[in-house]
Each structure stands twice: as C-alpha cells, then as structure tokens.
Design a protein around this ligand. Structure first.
Ligand code: CAA
Length: 260
C-alpha cells in the first residue's frame, strides 16, 4: 500500500484534513496532491460532512510549498502537468459546496499559501508565516498565487510579496487581509472548529449558494456578478430552508435547517 500523506478525521459533521509529510514540511508532492484531491472528492460525496478544515501535521509547517526536490529536475512539460494538476485540486476545494477553513499552523509558503488561499476562510496560529518565495528559486507561483493573492490582498501587496519573496508573520498577514483571524497556537483547531460549527448551523444550501456567488462573482464584471447573485438568491426561495429560517425569525424561534 502506498504511504498516506493526507489524513482525514470526521467528527460532528466537520472533516479535518491533515497534510502529513513532516519530513519535507508537508511539501505538496504529486502523491500529496493526488491524495488531497481524492479526499476532497470523498468529502463532496459524504453527506455527513458539512464543513472542512485543512491543516498541516506538526507545529512547524502548514505546507512549505510545492516539492522542490521533485521539481529540481522537471522538464517544462512535467512542470506544466504538475501545475495543471495542483490547480485542478485547488479548484475542487474552492468549488466544494461546503465551507473550507484553512487552519494555518506554521509555514504557509508558495504552494502552501496557495492552498490556504483556495480555502474560504484562513485561521492562523500566531507562529505562522506566509509568503510566495518562488522568485528566490527562479520561478513564479504556479498553484494560483499570482491570481488568488492579488484578488485577496490587492495588486500592490501581491506584487510586493511575489516580487520580493519575503515572508510575513501572521499578524501582518491579518492586517493585509490574507488571514481572517490570528490565535495562539493552542487555540488554532478550537477556533477553526468554532467557525465551522457556526457555519454548519445554517442552511447548507444557502451556504453553497453564498460560496458560489462570491467565488463566481469575483470573476465577473459587477453587473454580471449582480445578475448571477439574483439567480442564486432566487434559488434560495425554492428551498424549504428559506421558509424555515424566516418563519422561525418571525416566531422568535431558533431555526432548524433541513438542507432541503
Ligand atoms: N520542498 C521540498 N522539501 C522541503 C520544502 C519544499 N518546499 N521545504 C522544506 N523542505 C525540506 C527541507 O529540504 C529539509 O529537508 P532535509 O531535512 O532532508 O534537509 C526539511 O524540509 C526541513 O526544512 P529546513 O531544514 O529548510 O527547515 P528550516 O527550519 O531551516 O527552514 C523553511 C524552514 C524556511 C520553511 C525552509 O524549509 C524553506 O525555505 N522551504 C522552502 C520554502 C519555499 O521556497 N517554498 C516554495 C516552493 S516553490 C512553490 O511552491 C511553487 C508553486 O507556486 C507551486
């Protein structure tokens, strides 16, 4: 049997996905990406899973990037296939109709920062560091960094990080909008789970529509995005959860959403 580099544990509707390749600081080899992609596929099909947390094993690294040892001798064709495959896996995370939280426990560099950015929300340990150091290796970010970073933090900060390759600490990452919240290391998983739990109390359909509206809309003009929002908003009114949520509000009760 091939070695496991991605662990999955499901508890109370929350799947914790752990990148577990500590010897290489959880670097994303093809095997890691394949296993991550398969785990995300399994999670999509599993109705018991309502939210996902992605983290790294150990306390040093979330993910220290693409696998430099594997890349050093790659041909351009192999590098292209590697990038295409990683993009496919990260898109499957972004497009998963369930919320995904990155619990960033340490270094999130290169492909690691790119993985965190494919998630919906980023919670960081105060000891985490972020960066796109590809320029120091003679390449550019290749798992979405040049695109998702500028969308998240704006062109100026993205340019600064990508062109200088410098690392920033968690507080700085929070101040530029790369990270949603910074917590002490011992509170990382607890905080990520609290956020996941808060979200999964809501309608899973509304959650998936909201995620889709934001993710698709950001690729469109404002006018197109607003039209797209109208369609998804309208879809909400075909669900039982809309009736459940509004009736509960008017009756001053807590709603119990059905996911229908
Ligand atoms: N790929 C492969 N192996 C890696 C790795 C990576 N991205 N990052 C770390 N490792 C390995 C190291 O080679 C080392 O292995 P050995 O013990 O066999 O020597 C082990 O992990 C521990 O790392 P260090 O000894 O370097 O640990 P450190 O505490 O001195 O430094 C670090 C930690 C600052 C994170 C440093 O390891 C580092 O700079 N790593 C590379 C970060 C990087 O450049 N990431 C971008 C990769 S390119 C990319 O991701 C492209 C893209 O967009 C897709």
């Amino acid at each position: 049997m091939s070695e496991r580099f991605v662990d999955l544990a499901v508890e109370n509707g929350i799947a914790v996905v752990t990148i577990n390749r500590p010897k290489s600081l959880n670097a994303l080899s093809v095997e890691v990406l394949e296993q991550l992609g398969q785990v995300i596929k399994d999670i999509e099909k599993d109705d018991k899973v309502r939210a996902v947390i992605i983290t790294g094993s150990g306390s040093k690294a979330f993910v220290a990037g693409a696998d430099i040892a594997a890349m050093v001798n790659m041909t351009a064709k192999e590098a292209r296939d590697y990038s295409i495959f990683a993009h496919k896996v990260f898109e499957s995370i972004e497009q998963l109709p369930k919320p995904v939280i990155a619990a960033v426990n340490g270094y999130a560099l290169g492909g690691g920062n790119e993985l965190a950015m494919a998630c919906d929300i980023r919670v960081a340990s105060s000891t985490a560091n972020f960066g796109q150091p590809e320029i120091t290796l003679g390449i550019i970010p290749g798992f979405g960094g040049t695109q998702r970073l500028s969308r998240l933090v704006g062109k100026g900060k993205a340019m600064e990080l990508i062109l200088t390759g410098k690392m920033i600490d968690a507080k700085t990452a929070e101040s530029i909008g790369l990270v949603n919240v910074v917590v002490p290391p011992e509170k990382l998983m607890e905080t990520a789970k609290e956020i996941a739990q808060k979200i999964i109390n809501f309608s899973p359909l509304a959650i998936s529509f909201a995620k889709e509206a934001v993710n698709r809309g950001i690729e469109m003009t404002l006018e197109q995005g607003c039209k797209y929002e109208i369609e998804l908003w309208t879809d909400c009114f075909t669900t039982e959860d809309q009736d459940i949520g509004m009736t509960a509000f008017l009756n001053k009760q807590k709603p119990t959403f059905k996911g229908a």
